[in-house]
Design a protein around this ligand. Structure first.
Ligand code: PAF
Length: 186
């Protein structure tokens, strides 16, 4: 599995695969991976030749009272788990490359109306943080398809709307809920 830390590295890898006719499926994550994430990767592998997983703890989607600093960062363990399910590449960019002008100055992408209800009602700015980073990651990685879990139902609906409204040439694959033995959604 390739480990790409810069935009240039992941673009080179994906560009080479696509030039040789292989399709690329993208699984964006915040890291701290568990079986639920690994099932997204396995589903992705059934929809294309290569699966690229990103790990990026995206400050822009965390609210003021949400613990961005305390979010678990477990890169070494995550790398081993991704190897075990045969991911082709891990993309783990730096904050400096993703947000070169800082998050306050970042141009944002907002899906209107549907982001102010449900989860969005109590997490102002959260979905703008998600759609902004997902747009950036799509532009950097340039996959054919991307996998999102139905567990985060509102996020899935918002991403689908964004892809449609912005005419992004990416197919969104919906992954079913993965559950622990006691039924808890992972
Ligand atoms: O669902 C997540 O883990 C995040 O919201 C995502 C899609 C990786 C964007 O940071």
């Amino acid at each position: 599995m390739l480990i790409c830390r810069t935009f240039a590295e992941i673009r080179d890898a994906v560009g080479e695969w696509r030039r040789s006719g292989e399709s690329v499926v993208f699984v964006p994550t915040l890291g701290n991976l568990h079986d639920g994430h690994l099932q997204l990767v396995e589903l992705g592998a059934r929809h294309g030749n290569r699966v690229v997983v990103s790990i990026f703890v995206n400050q822009l989607q965390f609210g003021r009272n949400e613990d961005y600093a305390l979010y678990p960062r477990t890169l070494d363990a995550d790398v081993e788990k991704l190897r075990s399910v045969g991911a082709s590449a891990l993309f783990c960019p730096s904050d400096a490359e993703v947000y070169p002008n800082g998050i306050e100055q970042q141009t944002t992408v907002t899906v209107p109306t549907m982001t102010d209800i449900l989860c969005g009602a109590t997490r102002p700015g959260h979905f703008t943080g998600v759609t902004t980073i997902v747009t950036k990651l799509f532009n950097i990685v340039q996959p054919d398809k991307a996998v999102f879990g139905i567990k985060d139902f509102q996020q899935l609906a918002v991403v689908r709307r964004m892809v449609q409204d912005l005419c992004l040439p990416i197919e969104i694959i919906e992954a079913p809920v993965a559950r622990a033995d006691d039924g808890l959604a992972l």
